[in-house]
Structure formats: C-alpha cells, structure tokens
Design a protein around this ligand. Structure first.
Ligand code: FMN
Length: 590
C-alpha cells in the first residue's frame, strides 16, 4: 500500500455530528452504542482523581491503540465512561505500511500495529476534532439526560520512538499544535450545525494535552529514553510518563510465568528482544534521575506498566516474524513487575498507601470488567484498556467494569477512590501482607489466577458452519461491537426482498482499515469487512480503492448508490434508503 491509497479517510466533524443526531433520534444510540450501555455517573460514588492539576472524572480510559486514533472512537470510549485517553502513538514516520491483518484476538491478544496510520497533520486534526466533539456532547441536553454529569476528561499524548524523530520539525509542530489548538478549534467550529448549533461557541480549552507518554517500544533505544523525557519536559512543558515493556522482568522470569505457571506452551519468547531492551537495574537508576530532573524543572515523572510483549509469530494469522502480545497473560507479568519495582524503590511509587509518593503509576495490561476494581484499588491511575475492548461488546465492556467498581464501592460504603485504596491496603495488612500491591501480586500465583489468566482458561470464539454472504447472516452484531473504528452499521431488513435476517450489516469503508478483528469474531466463514456491502461517501476514496464497493451520494433525486454490481446496488439502496441520510448529511446541510 502506498500513501496514494490511505488506510483511513476520517469523517469531517459535520458528518459525525449528523450521524449522532440522526442515530440518537431514530434509534437512541450513538455510533451503534445503545444508550443502556453508556456509563452513568453515580453521585453517591466519586470516581474522580487529579492528573497534573487537571480533574479526571473516572480512573479509566482506552489505552493507546486502535481505540484512540479516530474521533468517533474517542467518543465511544467517552460514552462508556473513559475519561483518560492515551492517544494513539505518533512518530515522525507517518507513512508506515502496516501489514494486514494487524489484530488477532482469537486467543490471548496479538497485534502487529505500530504507530498512527494517519499523517501527522491528519492525526492532529483528528485529536482536536475529538476534543471539540466531547466538549459539545458533554453539554448536549439529550445526552445529559442519560449520562448525568460526565465530569472532566484528559487526553494524553503518546510519542515514540527516538530522540531525533521527536525533535524533528514535523513532530515539534505536531506537539506544539496540541498545546495551541485555538485556531484549529475555531475552524472546526464552523462545522457545528443543526441540533448542535447552539453549542457552536462552547468554551474549549486550547491546550489539549499536558502529559505525554513515551512509548519505549519498537526498538526505542534505551539510552535515548532519558533524553526524550528531558526534551518533552523542557521544550514542551509536558509532564511525562514512561511506558515500560514487560521485558524489564528479564527472560527467565517471563519464561517461568508464561510456560511453567500459565501453560502457554505455544508462545515463543524472543531472547533478542529482552537483550536489546532496557534492563531492570538501569530502569531503577533512570527513574531516580528523572524524578529529580522533573522536580528541579517543576514537572512530574510517571511510569506506565506495560506495553505489549514481543514474541515470535508462529500462528500464521498475521504476516511477519514477530508479533506483540497483550491481554490476560500480560496482566500477570505487569502485576509482577509492579511489585518488583515497588519493592526496589521504597517510597517512590504512588501506589497502595503511598499516596504522597512522587511517581504516579498508570496501568494497562489485561484489564477487563472483572479485575478493573482490583487494579484501581491499588492506587494505579489511570487504568487503561485495549484488548478487552476488542472483544464482543466492545466499548460497552468498559462501562460494565466501571459499574462493577461503583457497585463495590457502594456496597463497602466507600465514597471516593482514596477510600477504596485505603480499604484495600487495610485488608492486605490484616491478611499479613506488606501492602495491597504485595497482596495482589501474591494472588497471581494462585490456582484461581492460573485458571483465569492461563492457557487453560482460553475459550475460542463461537463458530457456525455457514459461509458468510453479502446479505443475511447470523446477525450476532459481533462485527459492529468489535470494530474499534465503528465501521459497521446495521439496517432493518425491508420486507419482500427475499431476505431473512432481521437486520443487514453494511461497512463504512472509509473508516475500515482492514485490521481483521471482525473476521476473528464472525461466527461464519468469511471476512465481514470484505464480504458485506462496502459503502463510500466520497468519490475520491471510492475511485482510489478501484470502486471496491458502492458510492452513496445524495442529490436532487435523493440518495443514489453507484456500484459495479447493479443488483446489489439496488438492494443497498432499498436497505439503506431510510438510514443513509445520516451517512451523508451534516446537521448544517438541512
Ligand atoms: C492493536 C493494538 C495497538 C496498540 N497500539 C499501541 C500504540 O500505538 N502505542 C502504545 O503505546 N501502545 C499500543 N498498544 C498497547 C496498548 O496500549 C496496551 O498497553 C497493551 O495492549 C496492554 O493492554 P491490554 O492488555 O489491555 O491490551 C497497542 C495494543 C494493541 C492490542
């Protein structure tokens, strides 16, 4: 693939708002997520905390990855209760060709993604668009009736992978742009119309990020980490979180956990990746030096555990020799690493009862609806999720985890997160453990944890013996919920067309980057993103992709559908006649 055929054609703000308005009015949902699956604030339980002086209404959000690249993905994470968004990593090389498929969640969770798939200017626009969109939706009365008071949220920049790249003029302009977004925000405001017109002048802070996470992945040279952190703090005035890799535990420990304890016999570790990555002792020295540097410069250093683990690719699903493991086994690794770092750096990490310690710890490793409350109770902030959101239920799974957290706090009579952390610490002490981190790390070796996080607990996705076709299917909605880009939508099947399923599935091809996740979870045999009708709204995108689908336009005669296969085009037109206007219209157009 070359840059003339881009993987994604993000939708303009006006189209996104048009879709929200239409979908809300006709179906009580936003980007396919039904209102009953949104996260609702509970005034009896305060889930808020502070990040570098900014308030954040919940301790949870999507981790850097496919859920934080496009504006509508960020909206979906927000509706599900995410209030801290680790934006998709950006780097100077913004025209990488990512192999396809790039996500394989059939078992634990693997991917071969790198950084953003948009150009740097497009990424900037997308993040600013999402920032403005959330400011508008936060004040949109119909949503407030469902969400309650959503509270404040933060965006965290994520950058990689070496110092020269991060210091390059294009990256410099990108980072500067996120701190001074006023002009772009005002330009985008012009796209706010229809139902949203009264919110066109909503106040929007022009500083979008105060914090950067440094991804020390993809060969980020260990000896450049300190230089990058210092640069981000001094040249851009950002607080910085260093996102470590699980290789920090060392090959022997990881091997023992993976193979001897958890039974992942088929996961082949890569000794070279361990040798080339940052080593534990060096990381300790680095944390000490950087926190002093941060303090001297009026900034804050944080750490994040962890990024994915590089392993050998022996599954034959995605191309290439290596792939990056995430999900449940990573949870055991990251908790083990947290406990070791905490023990090696007494009084340094802001976890358990050490609420005044200087270095906050963010977490992202195998978090799901069932362990979210445990992790938040350790004092980790924010807790971010990626793999679990790529499973059936998608973004709604984050809201489920938050509701469980709310319920636990209500049942224990805990009013806020500091109460939750104190209670977990007191329980750990009563059980004879040093603190809540030590107690939770101990549980990782228990038979229950081995059953939950080990190879024995894996269940393959459901399958049915049927070949997937363009129209009609099992209609399970998996393709809709597992797509991080919200590229699928459903329409009711019209009568008298010889079709059987209650709903038909269509692909918004401009938002589909062919990651392959829908194929993994489709129970039928076929690739939904290729088999189902692919719709385009922009002629240039349709032509660029050799008309591999249907171009949907609205003109004087109403909605027209052009495509190579006339019979299918007629069906698409019939199916989507009532619903397609939301694809085509900005609220300002009417
Ligand atoms: C498909 C995919 C893409 C990812 N892309 C990035 C990225 O661009 N930058 C980054 O720092 N981490 C990236 N990650 C790692 C996640 O942010 C997260 O740290 C990791 O997956 C562990 O969390 P999980 O077990 O909840 O997935 C990605 C993970 C996945 C699965």
């Amino acid at each position: 693939m070359t840059r003339s055929d881009v993987p994604l054609y993000p939708w303009p703000l006006g189209m996104l708002l048009g879709r929200i308005e239409h979908e809300w009015r006709t179906r009580g949902q936003v980007f396919g997520l039904a209102a009953r699956r949104f996260f609702r604030d509970d005034p009896a339980v305060d889930l808020g905390w502070e990040l570098d002086g900014a308030k954040v209404a919940t301790p949870v959000g999507p981790a850097a990855g496919p859920h934080t690249q496009l504006a509508q993905n960020i909206v979906l994470g927000w509706l599900a209760g995410g209030r801290s968004f680790e934006l998709k990593t950006v780097q100077v090389l913004d025209d990488l060709e990512i192999p396809r498929p790039c996500i394989d969640m059939e078992t634990v969770g693997y991917n071969v993604e790198w950084s953003q798939e948009l150009s740097l200017p497009q990424s900037l626009r997308e993040y600013v668009k999402a920032w403005l969109l959330l400011a508008v939706l936060r004040r949109w009365e119909p949503l407030r009736e469902v969400l309650g008071e959503p509270g404040d949220h933060v965006f965290e920049l994520s950058v990689g992978y070496d110092l020269p790249g991060i210091q390059s003029p294009v990256m410099d302009a990108f980072i500067h742009g996120l701190g001074h977004a006023g002009v772009l925000i005002d330009e985008l405001r012009r796209d706010i119309g229809g139902d949203f017109a009264p919110l066109r002048d909503v106040p929007v802070p022009e500083r979008i990020v105060r914090t950067a996470t440094l991804s020390t992945f993809h060969g980020c040279p260990p000896d450049q980490i300190e230089g990058i952190v210092r640069h981000l703090m001094t040249a851009h005035g950002l607080d910085v979180t260093v996102k470590f890799n699980p290789t920090l535990l060392g090959l022997e420990t990881v091997d023992g956990i993976f193979h001897d304890r958890l039974g992942y016999a088929d996961v082949a570790l890569d000794p070279e990746a361990f040798a080339a990555d940052l080593q534990f002792d060096r990381a300790l020295e680095m944390i000490e030096r950087l926190r002093e540097f941060a303090a001297d410069n009026g900034r804050r250093l944080g750490i994040k555990l962890t990024n994915t683990l590089v392993v050998r690719n022996a599954r034959g699903v995605m191309p290439g020799e290596s792939m990056y493991l995430s999900g449940r086994p990573l949870h055991v690794l990251a908790v083990t690493l947290l406990e070791r770092l905490h023990r090696a750096l007494p009084g340094v990490l802001q976890v358990a009862d050490q609420t005044d310690a200087p270095v906050p710890v963010a977490f992202s490793a195998g978090v799901d609806k069932d362990n979210l409350a445990e992790v938040v109770a350790l004092g980790l902030r924010p807790v971010t999720i990626c793999s679990d959101l790529l499973r059936p239920g998608g973004y709604g799974r984050m809201a489920q985890g938050l509701r469980k957290l709310q319920r636990r706090m209500r049942e224990q009579g805990l009013a806020d997160l500091s109460g939750l952390t104190a209670a977990a610490h007191a329980d750990a002490r009563a059980a004879g453990r040093a603190d809540a981190v030590a107690a939770y790390a101990d549980t990782m070796a228990s038979p229950e944890a081995v059953a939950r996080y080990g190879a024995g607990g894996l269940k393959p996705p459901r399958t049915v013996d049927r070949v997937l076709e363009m129209f009609d299917c099992t209609a399970c909605t998996n393709c809709v919920t597992v797509c991080p880009n919200n590229a699928f939508f459903t329409v009711p099947t019209p009568p008298d067309q010889g079709l059987e399923a209650r709903e038909q599935y269509l692909v918004l091809a401009e938002l589909c980057n062919d990651c392959g996740n829908c194929t993994t979870f489709c129970p039928e045999d076929g690739e939904p993103q290729k088999v189902k009708p692919r719709l385009y709204t922009r002629p240039e995108a349709w032509l660029m992709r050799d008309k591999d689908g249907y171009l949907v336009e609205s003109g004087e005669e109403g909605v027209t559908v052009s495509g190579a296969d006339e019979t299918a085009a007629r069906l698409v037109r019939l199916l989507s006649g009532a619903d397609l206007p939301f694809v085509l219209q900005s609220p300002g157009d009417r």
